[in-house]
Design a protein around this ligand. Structure first.
Ligand code: AMP
Length: 370
């Protein structure tokens, strides 16, 4: 499960369908146990409670009646404080055991109003049950008899609850996202030290490091379909086709939907990958904070790669013509991305010559700013 967009806002998964089902079922059994020998009238407060009431009633093990009343209290994500009129009670409530079923109680303003309307109707017993409760914002003296799940003061949608009428159909609960990810493209030609630095930075900033090269090599080693497809391109130092790489990257990002952010290493490598990445992140309410490029002269890079090839076991590191081909791919297809990110004011060049720790310090200086 990952983030969703409703109107202009983004929401992330918060409470699972299973947890809700279990809670509703427990509430029904607990209330039935307390009201043994009675035929209660459950009154759901529309619109938000319709799903809760429907599930609750199905779990209620003995005779009961159900009705709904309606009053609108929410406009957008702020409680308006104004309570509208209550409509829909046609039953004679005198002498009845009434249980109000609410989807959510936050400030309690709506509830208090409803409570007094019912109190005036000479009911025998009046109880309140709510699926969700926000103890931190509840301001009333009223006693809430049954609480399903207490939650912090966060705006939630799903399972009947809406944001400007959207989101009621979601079977689980989502909360409004407030935090933004830190997403970095670590850029530079082959051998610039992206992988080495990414490993250090991911720890320091608690980010997920995605190296498309590593993912491909993992797939080759495990002889997956993706690996078989990528191998011939990689061995010759050519780029793997965009469709394959973009899909793979999206899958990797989606596997970590709760991450603080990502270090993209070796991606994007073409303009269409960069555009796809922007569109993909935008659909999640996220974006690239910056491209940090390690700048290293080409001769030094060839030296570094040949040296690495002695131990890395990578066929594309061992042969100078393949290395040159990788530079050629880089210069013709990838280097243009500097302009792409520069035009968005997101390009940060860093001197990539020096010791590993010197370079890490330079990268951190940039990361701390963006
Ligand atoms: P790297 O480990 O980043 O040097 O990548 C090794 C090889 O994996 C490249 O030469 C390409 O064949 C392939 N590869 C990695 N990332 C990409 C990408 N974003 N687009 C296309 N091919 C890629």
């Amino acid at each position: 499960m990952s983030k969703i967009k409703l109107h202009d806002l983004y929401f992330e998964p918060f409470l699972s369908e299973e947890k809700i089902t279990r809670t509703v079922s427990n509430m029904a059994l607990e209330i039935a146990n307390d009201l043994k020998g009675e035929v209660p009238l459950f009154i759901g407060i529309l619109n938000g409670s319709f799903m809760f009431v429907a599930d609750f009633i199905r779990k209620y093990p003995t005779d009961c009646e159900v009705s709904f009343v309606k009053l609108a209290s929410y406009q957008g994500i702020q409680t308006t404080g104004k309570i509208k009129q209550l409509v829909g009670i046609n039953e004679n409530l005198e002498g009845r055991t009434v249980v109000i079923l609410e989807d959510i109680i936050d400030t309690g303003t709506t509830l208090q109003e409803i409570y007094h309307i019912f109190k005036d109707k000479k009911v025998k017993t009046l109880k309140i049950a709510t699926l969700f409760f926000k103890p931190d914002v509840f301001k009333k003296e009223l006693h809430i008899d049954y609480v399903g799940i207490s939650i912090p003061d966060q705006f939630i949608v799903g399972y009947g609850l809406d944001y400007n009428n959207y989101g009621r159909n979601l079977p689980s609960i989502y909360k409004l996202t407030t935090k933004k990810m830190t997403n970095i493209v670590l850029f530079g030609p082959p051998g610039a030290g992206k992988g080495t630095q990414a490993t250090l930075l991911k720890q320091a900033y608690n980010l997920i490091h995605i190296s498309t090269g590593d993912v491909f090599r993992y797939n080759i080693k495990n002889q997956t379909e993706l690996g078989k497809l990528a191998k011939s391109y990689m061995d010759d130092g050519n780029l793997v086709p965009d469709e394959v790489t973009i899909k793979m990257l999206q899958d990797e990002v989606n596997r970590h939907s709760n991450a603080n952010g990502f270090i993209f290493d070796g991606f994007p490598r073409t303009s269409s990958q960069a555009k796809a990445l922007d569109a993909f992140l935008e659909a999640k309410g996220e974006s690239i904070n910056g491209m940090i490029a390690l700048e290293v002269p080409e001769d030094l890079l060839v030296e570094r790669l040949l040296e690495r090839g002695k131990t890395s076991g990578r066929p594309d590191d061992q042969d100078e013509s393949k290395i040159r081909n990788r530079f050629n791919e880089y210069n013709t297809k990838t280097a243009v991305l500097k302009d792409y990110y520069e035009s968005q004011d997101k390009y940060y060049g860093v001197d990539g010559v020096g010791t590993i720790s010197e370079i890490t310090v330079r990268l951190k200086q940039v990361l701390d700013r963006i």
